[in-house]
Design a protein. Structure first.
Length: 506
């Protein structure tokens, strides 16, 4: 216990966030947010349509404009907002959906968040930490049997899963190479979801090759934050968490990811908080969030929080997703497997760019399920080993087939991160609509890889037709967007991948 207490004492570096505060205050002003929501009640339809058009400029909307959108009551206007959200997504990202999987490495935690299954007072939680051999085994399943190319690794906040452990696990993941049906399975990008860290520790993460660094504020409302994160715990420090992205960018990590846990407080306030966060990052560093996540509170073991007071309905969930897309139009938007399959089908067209699939969040769950000799019910969940209940446990193959039937191409591309299209570079490309041009080509190539290495016969048949359509679209954009040389290179790469080569990209 003394070792744990000493570790806790040394985590928070007050000076690393206080220097960004103004007159001792952070950039979230609760009263101001509510004033804007109240001031923009009953917005005129003409104003809403003007705001919708403004969002197509791909710049952040103002807080007043966002508050006006949140106050729309007219169902017809909401349909126009939903339509615009889909168009903006296609304008920036085309018809791609990036897939990934979470890999939970440990569930030890020193915090006591009232809504979380990992909280330290939950005595029924089976505390586990993956060994490096466990990590290797899980990665072999994810990269070699399922076919993922990117992971987000998740850790509880505890000395047993400190930055040294994170570095070791990330190195282990990158080291895995698995022979597949026609090629090699590997993880090409590891993103991190972890507790707030110091600049020194974040620099160490950057050095090991971490992709995006993700920290959710959970709730931006100060009073609610203090209520659900008990005093005396590391997580009770609102500002240490709020300025996590500042420290990450200061440490040289190019891509940062923000999010709120919807259901802790009023969903309209949280959308405004996300916008203010994006505004602050652009103001301080010239770039906004690489992605925004909007998970809803889900059942967890032995929670000590009223999950019904601010529960977000499916209809309001669709609204908040669409408003985020219009308000932060350039950002990637992540829809998680917390949501069931039907909700995901309805929300995907509203601006989503990324989603996880074949998701298992129990410690060691991929090996238990996909590595077992006998048939195991993949829908079973053990809340004693996981943080919360997931809503969509479908296999990656099932999700990809459905996406293709909906007209989306699944992208496993990680080329941009190895070509320097990160940070300010990718923000410039996204806002100028150029990033999608590279990504469309790389989506075709990585989708080809996955179809040949992992797809079921049914999914491969549907995927082949989609690739033909995508190739035809690229050809039709010659020479207006793509050159004849680029198209010929695409055809050449495509054939080489069909013949067994891997990881060819633009």
């Amino acid at each position: 216990m003394r070792t744990e207490a000493r570790w806790i004492e040394n985590v928070i570096k007050t000076e690393e966030y206080e220097k960004y505060m103004k007159d001792g205050k952070d950039f979230i002003n609760d009263d101001e947010i509510w004033e804007k929501i109240e001031k923009n009640r009953s917005p005129d339809p003409a104003r809403i349509r003007s705001i919708i058009q403004k969002s197509f400029n791909l710049d952040l909307l103002s807080p007043d404009d966002t508050a006006a959108l949140l106050n729309v009551k007219d169902p017809q206007l909401w349909e126009e907002i939903f339509d615009a959200a889909g168009k903006i997504k296609r304008k920036v990202y085309d018809n791609r959906i990036v897939t990934f999987a979470p890999l939970y490495c440990s569930n030890f935690c020193v915090n006591n968040c009232l809504y979380c299954g990992f909280r330290k007072d939950n005595k029924d939680e089976k505390r586990l930490k993956l060994t490096l051999e466990d990590v290797r085994r899980e990665t072999e399943i994810l990269a070699g049997k399922i076919g993922h190319k990117r992971l987000i690794v998740v850790y509880g906040e505890h000395p047993v899963s400190d930055v040294r452990y994170m570095i070791d696990t990330i190195r282990t993941i990158y080291d895995v190479k698995v022979k597949t049906r026609n090629g090699i399975g590997e993880i090409r990008r590891v993103n991190v979801n972890a507790a707030p860290m110091s600049v020194e520790d974040l620099r160490a993460l950057k050095d090991v090759g971490v992709g995006t660094y993700q920290v959710f504020q959970e709730t931006y409302h100060h009073k609610t934050y203090s209520e659900v994160h008990p005093k005396g715990t590391l997580k009770s420090n609102y500002q240490w968490r709020l300025y996590s992205m500042h420290r990450a960018l200061e440490a040289g990590i190019d891509d940062v990811a923000i999010g709120a846990l919807f259901g802790l407080y009023d969903w309209r306030f949280e959308v405004m908080g996300l916008l203010y966060h994006a505004i602050e990052l652009e103001k301080q560093f010239g770039i906004g969030p690489h992605t925004v996540s909007f998970p809803r509170l889900e059942p967890a073991q032995n929670v000590a929080f009223d999950t019904q007071k601010y529960k977000v309905s499916n209809e309001d969930f669709k609204k908040l997703v669409a408003v985020i897309r219009l308000s932060i139009p350039y950002t990637g938007m992540i829809l998680t497997a917390r949501e069931n399959a039907q909700v995901r089908r309805e929300v995907l067209p509203l601006g989503v760019t990324q989603t996880d699939a074949s998701t298992r969040i129990g410690i060691g769950a991929y090996s238990e399920i996909y590595g077992a000799d006998k048939m195991i019910d993949k829908t079973e969940q053990d809340l004693a080993k996981q943080q919360f209940m997931i809503g969509d446990p479908r296999d990656l193959d099932d999700v990809i087939r459905e996406l293709a039937q909906m007209g989306y191409i699944t992208s496993f591309c990680t080329a941009g991160y190895r070509c320097g299209r990160t940070g300010t570079n990718i923000m410039t490309l996204l806002k100028s609509e150029k990033e999608g041009q590279f990504c469309k080509l790389n989506a075709i190539l990585t989708f080809r890889e996955w179809l040949d290495d992992f797809a079921s016969d049914e999914t491969k048949k549907i995927g082949e037709e989609l690739i033909k359509k995508e190739m035809a679209e690229v050809k039709a954009r010659v020479p207006k967007i793509y050159s004849e040389k680029t198209f010929k290179a695409l055809e050449n790469y495509h054939e080489r991948i069909k013949n067994g080569e891997r990881d060819l990209y633009f």
